[in-house]
Design a protein around this ligand. Structure first.
Ligand code: BV8
Ligand code: ZN
Length: 245
């Protein structure tokens, strides 16, 4: 599955970056965005994952996130998440950058996860940004109000048209430019500025490996394409370097 070059180089690499998208959570039962039965096939991203969408219909957006939280509540990390967590344990300099908001990497034991698009678990006030710390019943549809100003509560995700957390994107760009091996896993590489990271790594001289059952718009720019599910490929990668998950 993986090239002899990669299997020989990986244990010697000084810095490794894993960059993940919705595809790594697909085998945990979390719908991706752009696959045929993905989230965006039913709704348009701008209607639901944007400030305008929330302002025009806060109740609908809130219910969409509550639905995703219900799905996530039944999901657990899959062997792909665990394999990355194991690599972080084994190798000294492994960075993990994710576009995902499901925190399954953290549930699989990964530390210092660089979350480019925030997370779907925590919430804050849409008006005054005060963190909303009261318990939220994921099965209830009622949209809570801020205890400080009465404003509507929103999830701590990064919506389209919103800036990414400056510390997260800066760190992600730095480690991508500096690394020796860069794995881009389960992402269509269509959302910016995250989608620039594999190209930044390539420009910085990294060996770039894509793990994705389908071709993406960066497939012809990477060094190695593994057309396999990440939940199969990543444990196999460990296996090929003599590590049992
Ligand atoms: C920004 C959180 C600066 C919310 C998400 C016009 C106006 C404003 C901005 C723009 C504009 N035009 C372009 C932009 C920039 C815009 C953008 O990139 N748009 C795209 C659509 C063109 N970006 C932004 O707005 C970003 N902010 O630029 O700020 C700015 C500010 C103002 C004005 C201008 C600029 C903010 C982007 C963040 C949006 N938030 N999510 C939520 O989740 O609800 S994005 C969303 O897409 C998710 O985070 C997701 O992670 C991300 C990327 O998708 P993928 O992860 O790649 O998932 P996808 O379904 O696409 O692909 C899955 C892949 O997995 C597939 O390839 C599939 O083959 C593969 N797969 C499937 N199964 C498996 C698998 N692989 C392996 N194993 C498997 N088993
Ligand atoms: Zn408030």
């Amino acid at each position: 599955m993986f090239s002899d070059y990669l299997i020989d180089f990986l244990p010697r690499a000084r810095t490794i970056v894993f960059f993940t998208g919705a595809g790594i959570s697909a085998e945990s039962g979390i719908a991706t965005f752009r696959d045929k039965d993905g989230l965006w096939s039913k709704f348009s991203p701008t209607e639901l994952a944007s400030v305008e969408g929330f302002m025009s219909n806060p109740q609908r957006v809130w219910e969409w996130y509550q639905h995703r939280r219900q799905v996530l509540d039944k999901a657990s990390p899959n062997p792909g998440h665990f394999a990355i967590s194991k690599m972080q344990e084994l190798f000294p300099n492994v960075d993990l950058i994710t576009q995902n908001v499901d925190r399954l990497h953290q549930q699989a034991g990964s530390k210092d996860v660089i979350e480019l698009h925030g997370n779907i678990i925590t919430n804050r006030c849409f008006e005054c940004s005060t963190p909303y710390t009261a318990e939220i019943d994921i099965n209830s549809n009622n949209l809570p109000n801020c205890q400080k100003c009465g404003g509507k509560i929103r999830p701590d995700v990064v919506w389209f048209g919103e800036m990414l957390p400056a510390d997260a994107i800066t760190k992600a760009q730095e480690v991508s430019e500096m690394c020796e091996i860069f794995f881009t896993i389960g992402t269509s590489a269509e959302v910016y500025p995250a989608a620039n990271l594999p190209l930044l790594a390539k420009q910085g001289g990294a060996y770039v490996v894509e793990i994705n059952p389908h071709k993406t718009q960066i497939s012809d720019k990477v060094d190695e394409c593994i057309r396999e599910l990440s939940g199969v490929a990543l444990p196999e990668l460990l296996n090929q370097i003599g590590v049992k998950l």
